[in-house]
Design a protein around this ligand. Structure first.
Ligand SMILES: [Zn+2]
Length: 145
């Protein structure tokens, strides 16, 4: 989305040194996570210690942006200011490591074409912010799947 007038209001995350790469990776079109450099486990939500091997040797890496749809719901109710109704709240898992799940929105998909397990790819919604711009990762059907 290039026209900021069409970007829905969202409550933006507060950026920290630990989550900044995740929320700002979209500036370069990258979905990024901390990854353990000893056992290769992607650590999300961010943590200073790998939950698998307890290493502190973590670094940020970009993944492919490919994911699968784990579950979803169609929201018809405006609980708070947000995307135009109705919208799809989705839980997705990244293809590199299914234990990395994100709660996000499924976009650019007719509701009657949504299927659990469908292949998705990331797309980013840019929100300028004086505290630091945020690129919210959303997901859409993967045309190459
Ligand atoms: Zn590890």
């Amino acid at each position: 989305m290039s026209d900021t007038a069409e970007v829905p209001f969202r409550i933006l995350p507060k950026l920290t040194d630990r989550n900044r790469e995740f929320w700002q990776g979209g500036e370069r079109g990258e979905l990024r996570f901390w990854r353990c450099q000893d056992c290769q486990y992607f650590v999300h939500p961010p943590s200073p210690i790998c939950p698998m091997c307890h290493s502190k040797n973590l670094a940020v890496e970009a993944v492919s942006g490919r994911a699968t749809l784990t579950t979803y719901s169609i929201n018809h109710q405006a609980w708070m200011p947000g995307p135009e109704l109705p919208y799809v709240v989705a839980i997705i898992e990244i293809v590199e490591q299914p234990s990395v799940r994100l709660t996000t929105n499924l976009v650019h998909c007719p509701h009657d074409e949504i299927r659990i397990g469908m292949r998705l790819r990331v797309t980013f919604e840019h929100h300028p912010d004086p505290e630091g711009d945020v690129w919210i990762p959303l997901f859409e059907p993967d045309p190459e799947a």
